[in-house]
Design a protein around this ligand. Structure first.
Ligand code: NCD
Length: 330
């Protein structure tokens, strides 16, 4: 079902380091070839992850802390599996069981984690910018696993890897992102990444869920889903993030589904064979119907999860190269 492994569309310029960053707090600020480099690196891990034996030992002896201050199923598990497959000692900190509930400040928590001498910290937090704040306070690389409405860089990378493998390219691809764009860090990171790699990004939402300055991010705003689908090669659906809404942003789930739900009939307006994506968790029957979500010819939803482990392995490897003294990185 996969297309051939497409090489990066943006070659590394001569004499330029492929990834000169200490942390991965967002996609904003990354060069196209840096994104391409991470995607190329991830390809090798897709192959390893399909073997019965999935072990590499390059992170042996290193400690990876996953500090999750917000709920997560796939992202936490994916980072844990990624670290373990590379041989790291992985520990998970859940906010529900931590001193955060006792009122400890984020900075105090960061200083405490840092004192345990981790080699990489993966953070999810409900405040936008929390990861950047922690990155400034610790001595090791920090990876953003989603901070508030700000960014979710590994999700955008895994989405890009999925598109690159299924569509064959990103440059010039027409991608529609539909749903709760206002509250979505997934949408933000994807708009930045896909724009950087030359895709045409259209965002669709009810006016109440469409950020006013979205055009400045390079996305084309729509409120009419059917109009946005014209010629779309990728349709990415988003969950209504009710936990981030203080008030009513949509009249009712039923009405929302009528205008913004992806049904088979509506998908017929997109380009033939258009790819359907969703970062999960899905609200079946609201933003997407089950027959589309479960149609393996059209839906890449489980593939996105698979690509997530490979992308996170690539990020953990690349970000720890300097500490491991890898030639050209130290
Ligand atoms: C997303 C998130 O947490 O931002 N989920 C994910 O990481 N797979 C999207 C969501 O929660 O709807």
């Amino acid at each position: 079902m996969f297309m051939s492994d497409a090489p990066t569309e943006f070659a590394l310029p001569d004499g330029v380091h492929p990834f000169p960053h200490r942390h991965l707090t967002g996609i904003a600020g990354l060069q196209p070839w840096e994104i391409g480099f991470l995607l190329d690196e991830a390809e090798q891990w897709i192959a390893l992850n399909r073997n019965t034996s999935k072990h590499d030992s390059r992170l042996a002896g290193l400690t990876q802390i996953n500090a999750f201050f917000e709920n997560s199923t796939r992202t936490l598990l994916s980072f844990e599996i990624a670290g373990k497959r590379l041989g790291a000692d992985v520990v998970n900190m859940h906010a529900a069981q931590s001193s955060v509930k006792k009122g400890e400040t984020l900075i105090d928590t960061a200083v405490t984690l840092n004192a345990m001498r981790p080699d990489v910290i993966v953070i999810r937090h409900d405040s936008s910018g929390a990861t950047g704040l922690i990155a400034d306070k610790v001595d090791c690389p920090v990876l953003n696993a989603g901070d508030g409405r700000h960014e979710h860089p590994t999700q955008a990378l895994l989405d890009a890897l999925t598109i690159r493998r299924r569509v064959g390219r990103i440059n010039g691809t027409v991608v529609v992102i539909c749903g709760d764009v206002l509250h979505s860090r997934v949408a933000r990171s994807n708009i930045i990444l896909l724009g950087t790699l030359g895709a045409e990004v259209r965002v669709v939402a009810p006016p109440t869920l469409l950020p006013s300055a979205i055009e400045r991010m390079g996305a084309i705003p729509y409120t009419d889903f059917d109009a946005a689908l014209e010629g779309a090669e990728v349709v990415m659906m988003l969950r209504l993030q009710l936990e981030r809404m203080d008030g009513a942003f949509v009249p009712s789930p039923r009405e929302y589904h009528h205008f913004y739900g992806l049904t088979r009939e509506r998908l017929g307006r997109a380009a033939p064979g258009a790819l359907v994506m969703h970062p999960g968790p899905m609200n079946r029957g609201i933003e997407i119907t089950s027959d589309i979500a479960d149609d393996l010819q059209r839906s890449a939803i489980t593939e996105q999860v698979e690509m997530g482990v490979a992308v996170r392995m690539a990020c953990l490897d690349v970000l720890t190269r300097a500490r491991r003294g890898v030639e050209g990185w130290a």
